[in-house]
Design a protein around this ligand. Structure first.
Ligand code: IPM
Ligand code: MN
Length: 344
């Protein structure tokens, strides 16, 4: 029997638990088939837990989650909780504390899926979004709140080491996946300080990879090309906020956020990485058995790969691809999960 790997499961808010259940269904099937042993532990976190306890994520719970090999997350955010409380207190807390500096978001248009774009070119690229710095750092503050003199600053933190490690990861990923080009996206024509740091670091790191092509776009141009000519992109590396926005576009052009998966990866094995669908909690359809669990199941495949089970991951991806190719409308969350599980 293989070594036991521990997975912390956080269904979270809204449709999070609905889609996570389907992910676990698929995990069960693929684990049995490959003789893999996972110990899953559910953590009851999110809006309901916050209302009940007044706490978002206790330090003791964090310490327990830290002992897992990976985190499988559904969704975070609920209209009954002030905006930002759960996002910062739960999602960003884990991304930051576990140093998940790579937010990997594949953009792949599967056969059978309709893109809103007119182009018939294949869409298949990887976005490496920085996950621990930039405008997400929380640096900044307010003065004279609610007065006419109110001041608000939101400071983007960019460290040489933080920028360098994520750029290097993008190049290494490009090599490992047999891809050809890394494109950096920033806005160095107006963000003079962080832009210069990113650009200089990119130019230095790229010299270590003479066989990889490189490119640079300002984020506004990149947003346009994601829509008009996505075939330009192979591996994209960018700042946390630019990457957040661009990956909603890349999701939209590849069939919508119902299909977009992601990994918050800490390459340092001492921390658990966290795998989650890109979509939010969609509270209006929670518990109705209509949310698409595909993004979560694709995120599960990323988790399996990260945990060293490339073959099992490939089988989950293949099952999803097969399901998408023959998809009929009107299927429920559990229908889709069961169909994909049955294909494995
Ligand atoms: C995402 C989400 C989060 C982010 C929110 C919920 C904080 O939009 O994962 O893309 O901005 O990173
Ligand atoms: Mn987002």
């Amino acid at each position: 029997m293989s070594k036991v790997q521990k997975i912390a499961v956080v269904g979270g808010d809204g449709i999070g638990p609905d889609v996570i259940n389907e992910g676990l269904k698929v995990l069960d099937v693929v684990a049995k088939k490959h003789g893999l042993t996972f110990e899953t532990k559910k953590f009851d976190l999110g809006a309901a837990h916050f209302h009940k306890t007044g706490e978002v994520l206790h330090d003791a719970t964090m310490a327990e989650i830290a002992k897992h090999d990976a985190i499988f997350l559904g969704a975070v955010g609920d209209p009954t909780v002030q905006s930002g409380v759960l996002e910062r207190g739960l999602l960003l807390k884990m991304r930051f504390a576990f140093d998940q500096y790579v937010n990997l978001r594949p953009a792949k248009l599967h056969p059978g899926v309709t893109s809103p774009l007119a182009t018939k070119d294949p869409i298949d690229f990887l976005v490496v979004r920085e996950g621990t710095e930039g405008p997400y750092s929380g640096a900044g503050g307010s003065l004279a709140v609610t007065t006419p003199r109110e001041v608000a600053t939101e400071v983007s933190i960019n460290t040489r080491s933080g920028v360098e490690r994520v750029i290097r990861y993008a190049f290494e990923l490009c090599v490992a996946r047999g891809r050809k080009k890394v494109t950096m996206v920033h806005k160095d024509n107006i963000m003079l300080h962080s832009g210069a740091l990113w650009k200089r670091t990119f130019d230095e790191v790229k010299r270590e990879y003479p066989n990889i092509k490189t490119d640079y776009f300002h984020v506004d141009a990149a947003a346009m090309f994601f829509v008009t000519d996505p075939a330009r992109f192979d591996v994209v590396v960018t700042d946390n906020l630019f990457g957040d926005i661009l990956t909603d576009i890349s999701a939209a052009i590849t069939g919508g956020i119902g299909l977009a998966c992601s990994g918050n990866i800490s390459p340092d094995p001492k921390f658990p990485s966290m795998f989650e669908p890109v979509h939010g909690s969609a509270p209006d359809i929670a518990g109705k058995n209509i949310a698409d669990p595909t993004a979560t199941i694709l995120s599960l495949a990323m988790m399996l790969e990260h945990l060293g089970h490339a073959q099992a991951a490939a089988e989950v991806n293949a099952a999803v691809a097969k399901d998408l190719a023959t998809r009929t409308s009107g299927r429920s969350t559990t229908d889709i999960g069961s169909a994909i599980a049955a294909l494995i």
